[in-house]
Every structure is written in C-alpha cells, then in structure tokens.
Design a protein around this ligand. Sequence first.
Ligand SMILES: *Cc1c(COP(=O)(O)O)cnc(C)c1O
Length: 425
Amino acid sequence: MNNYKNDLSFARECDSKDPLAEYRSEFYFPTFHEKEVIYFTGNSLGLQPKRTKSFIEQELNDWAKWGVEGHFEAHNPWFSYHELLTSKAAKIVGALDKEVVITHSLTTNLHLLMVSFYRPEGKRFKILCEGKAFPSDQYALESQVKFHGYEPKDAILEIFPREGEHLIREEDILATIEAQGDEIALILIGGVNYYTGQLFDMKSITAAGHKAGAVVGFDLAHAAGNVELDLHDWEVDFAAWCTYKYLNSSPGGVSGMYVHERHASNPNLPRFAGWWGHDKDVRFKMEPGFQPMEGAEGWQLSNAPILGMAAHLASLTIFDEVGMPAISQKRDDLTAYLEFIIHAISSSSEKVDFEIITPRDKTKRGAQLSILAHGQGKDLFDALSASGVVADWREPNVIRIAPAPLYNSYEDVYHFGQRLKAAIC
Ligand SMILES: *Cc1c(COP(=O)(O)O)cnc(C)c1O
C-alpha cells in the first residue's frame, strides 16, 4: 500500500478505525521500563490476557474447595477439562474437533507424533525438513533418526536457501520431494519459519509429499494463532504447536496436537501410550490392555495440567470472539505499515540499510518481520532495547519483530520507527 504515512496522527487515525483496537485493553503490557514498552515479541511469548487470572483462580478455588473431588465436582470438572478447549483450538488450525487435543508441551508432542508417523523402512528412511529449523526441532529429528539406528547426516535432508538468498524456495522443496521421494519417510517443516517469518504453502507441500508416498507433518509454533490454517482440508497428516507465542497462553504453556481423522481413528497405529489416551469409559477400571481413545485424544499420556489449561482456555475465548479472519486482516495491514515505516527510516539514514528478509508478499508471511541491519551491530539492538522496545536479536545482525494484531497498535508501529531511528549508531 502506498498511502501510509510516517506520522503520529496517521497512526492514530488507523487505530481509530481498527475494529480490534478495543482488544488492546484486554492485555497487560510490561511495566518494567520507565517509558511505555513497545512489545513486539508476541512471536516468542504472547502477553497476558487480563481475563486469564479469573480462569486460573476458578481452578485454584475449586482445588481449595474440593480437593480430589474436583476431578468430577469442580465447576469445570478436571477429568474432562481438556475437552473445553478442543473445538476452539480446532477452529484456529482448521481441523475437525476429533482431530485435535490440547496436551503436553510442543517438543514432547513432536516426539509422540514421530513415534507414530516416522516409520522408516528399507530405502524409505529420510526426514525432509527446512534448513535452520528451530533448535528443539533439530534435536528432536536427530534423536528420532538415531533411535531408529540411522545417522542424522544420512537420514536428515535439509532444504536451505540458495547461495546469497535468505528464503527457501518452495520450488526447491517440491523438486527435492520429487527427485528423492522414494527415500523420504517423513516431511516435517515449520509452517512459518521462526527465523525469517516465511510462511510455507502447506497445502502443496502436503500434496507433493503424499504423491511421493511420504507422511507430512508441520510444526505450527509460529503459525497457530498467526496465520489461517486448514489442516484437515489440506490433508496434513499431523501437526503440533505451542500456545505461548501468538496464542498468549502462559510461559511454557500447554501444546496442541492434530492428527488427521484417517489416522486418528486407527487404533492399530503404533504409539507411546498413557492412561489419558485410554478409552475414557473404562479408564478407571485400571486394567491392562491399552485401548486408545478415538481421535487425537488417543495420543494423550497424562491427566491435564489444569492451571496451564485454564490459561489457554482464557486466551481461546478471545480468539473465539474475534476469529482468525479478522485477526488476519489486521495482521496484514499492521505488518505492511511496519514494513513501510522500516523502509522510511532506512531511506532517511545514511548509516544503515535495513533489509527485510521476510517475504514481501503478504500471503507468504504472518505477523513477523525479520530485519537485517546492514552497517549496524548489536549496539543498535541494545539502544533499541534501552528505549523500551522489546524485540528479538539473532546473530549476526537480525532483528525479529512481530506486531501482534490482538494487542499491538498502529501507534506502536509509529513509535517503534521513531525509537529505531534514534537507536541508529
Ligand atoms: C518455540 C518453538 C519450539 C519450542 O518448543 P517447546 O517444546 O515449547 O519448548 C519448538 N519448535 C519451534 C519451531 C518453535 O518455534
């Protein structure tokens, strides 16, 4: 868009027209700084919704009142508490209710899903992933292939950006799937890359993977609550995501798991089991012989951590009220304004060239922009932090910023530009 302006009254006018503006007051903004904090790290830890406290207090009060009887007698009985979250979470990722369960943590869920879906056999033993995947995913993949007796260097097929480029070309992913398809057991990619903010075309990667005979899963840590997803219709086999980034559901909060219904209703799929995945009608008979619940619930191991679940439920009520289409609309506009502001600051300074490595195309990104600060080092970032901007720095000189549509404003973006300009060394 070319009608943006780098001035405060323009930003305020955008805020006054923003249908989501009222949601800003639903969140606590950090108060540790003398200046008003500009919080652009919702891609790392989303802010606390004000309503979260009452959801957690409800459970603390019921625990105090009922003790163990709370499993069945609490206002929201803990025995089935996770069921309160399912349909709201399923809506966010575009899945059927039975394909989704909220449970455990993200890396745990990735492992549990790979136990079921990484089944190397003969020539088909490789895992295709994006180069520079999030470290936890890299370790999870490495340890899974070793667990099956392979060397990571033989079994992990990473797709990197081409020489001199920052983004992975989807054509390179698709070409590799086609060329080496009969050796690929599993494709597991971050739907939105944590470093560059690149959003992959999950539908075509899934179709290409299936055509080659591979299973296809996605890590949606940076995608859930950020971009619109249609996991069921895209026929994605499985996925997992954390809820503490764009989903604002408390530090280290619970995770989401998705298994397509064609697998979820197959009781013979190998899996690691625990009592919460066992058929709930006979769970308390405590008898041997695991009978998995139908659907994604059959991958649950343990009874639910209720306080973390309560934080997630609180946040999901906000997503349910607002809906992903409205979030997407604001995300695209706010991110485009941020892009405009960064270019404006960059072109007005001779000391710096800010190169945005995130795709320019709004259908290829979410709310994050990753900026390469040519001509500047960590001093720029430190000065930015000292001015009250909370952003993220990655070596050698990448600043990641994510304006979250639920609580960030156009005015935040304007002020960010002013502080960025002042921080240039
Ligand atoms: C944030 C993130 C994680 C974190 O994993 P946890 O198990 O929640 O600590 C893993 N993978 C990706 C891609 C992430 O962005």
